[in-house]
Design a protein around this ligand. Sequence first.
Ligand code: BES
Ligand code: ZN
Length: 620
Amino acid sequence: MKKLFLFFCIVFFACQPKKKDITNVEIGERTDPHSFSEPDKAIVKHLDLELRVDFSSHTISGKATWDIQNVSEADSIVFDTHQLKIDKVTLNGLAEAAGYTLGRENKILGKALTIKITPDTKKVSIWYKTAADAAALQWLTASQTAGKKHPYLFTQSQAILARTWVPCQDSPGIRFTYRAHVSVPKELMAVMSAVNPQMRSKDGTYTFEQKKPIPSYLMSLAVGDIDFKEIDARTGIYAEPSVLQKAAWEFADMGKMVAAAEKIYGPYQWGRYDVLVLPPSFPFGGMENPMLTFATPTVLAGDRSLVNLIAHELAHSWSGNLVTNATWNDFWLNEGFTTYFERRIIEEVYGREEAEMQEVIGFNLLKATVAELGDKNDDTKLKGSFENRNPDDGVTDIAYEKGYSFLRLMEEAAGRNVFDAFVSEYFKGHQFKSIGTEDFVLYLQKNLIARDVKISDKVLVSKWIYEPGIPSNVIIPSSVKFRAIDSIIKSWDGSVKAGRLATKIKSTNERLYLISALPDSLSTHDLSLLDKDLGFTRSENTEIQCAWYTLALRSNYEKAYPEIEKYLINVGRRKLVLPLYKEMVKTEKGKKWAREVYLRARPNYHSVTFNTIDELLDDR
Ligand code: BES
Ligand code: ZN
């Protein structure tokens, strides 16, 4: 059986037709279901952006000049656009207007911009303007910022929103370098996923350069009342002045994390590693924009308990930014590897016990997601199938935690040293390239499994990648500290002895685990005793708030309701508000309340968050 499998793999590998290296994707041939571009005909290599950011009209306008390679002497090049107004196109820097067409609008993908070119076209310039409601952009009023004095703009390009602020070949399989000149109101600072200024310019113009080729989803821009504070020679924080000190304290270990990551998987390739702390409406925990991670302020817990977010985004500097998923169906390659690497960094910097707790919390999330989706659901497969759907549907714990569990299993089967050497080689061999699931499987067969066939029996690669549910050979993580909490809960006589838990259950991980392990049937009396003891309702730790408020809603614990309203209005991070709305819509009364709160909360949310909540609260 084993031999047969190996034989099959070798035949499969040998039979792969040799493909021309027409894109910067070297292995395999693929088309991206979420991009109109046709990179095998003509592909972009470099971008020169000239942008003006206008807060009064909520628009960005300017010119994108692309250096292109007309690979197959094509007569056109195709870009992705969505909600963009195209004013003019020229070729090779000439004044004469070039011909172009904008295709029919697809609700998810936007419109193809097809520009007529000739075999000797080297540059394509597109004059354009964004829509006031461009999906990538969030324009914040001064009152939505920490300082309350200046407006703020930030972008979120992943997965397919870059095309709403820059006309581009918006596929993770296509890479380019960029330079940008950005003009903003002169009292504000601009930063990008590139080499950044550390001080404001006098006239509000900024120049950026990203010399490493990146895919479009890693383009980013933020403009606001932003200051910089160094952590060490290579790392630092950008944030609004009133948030800067707190953020720099919270993330003081950033330099240590970079060093730990390098020790595990080789040199950090991007120069500086800085973090921009955004206003609370940022829709994600973090976004791995190269050189400058974008982060939510909701991880500033005051005790460094949520810094795994930094480990995660930093890990993407290898898994994702250096070696990139070829399409959004291969998203698990980005997030699974990153979750695995994140926990390795945590283990290196904070020790095994800390990493163990995070593994258990992750595994419980995985079980809950599979239970919610159903273990036969195609969306529980690692290899996704999101064609004709929004790739956002793939942002679940399957990619993160099933991906993690699969890699953890391989580590166990191969042994850590062998597996680390394999992963380091994988990053090195594919740096600044993209890779799809099938190519990864071939690479794995050739470079890990063929050397030790036992691994194949232990791991069951195709079951993990192509079948739904959680395979039975999953490694179930456990944590000594959590087992102690299990026994506290078990020995409960139904009522909580006030004042006893706070001293025993201190850390955020333990408190999160306690909340998740509590029975659903707790009385209001029990909940208020717990609350008195551990201060959950008044917690300022957003992860604890999310877990506790979800439980409070499920148990009709009305004492928490005023805090829940405040929280939903202030926090815009999708992962932290969605579970609450989901709980609220379970009853008619709850749904009515959810709609009332949402009316006030929605103006604070980025499109990524409000599109998800709109769908949930929409009855049609
Ligand atoms: N790249 C993701 C965020 C993302 C995924 C944006 C898909 C758009 C589409 C980022 O690295 C991430 O995973 N963030 C997590 C961090 C957490 C796992 C520590 C988040 O935002 O919660
Ligand atoms: Zn991630």
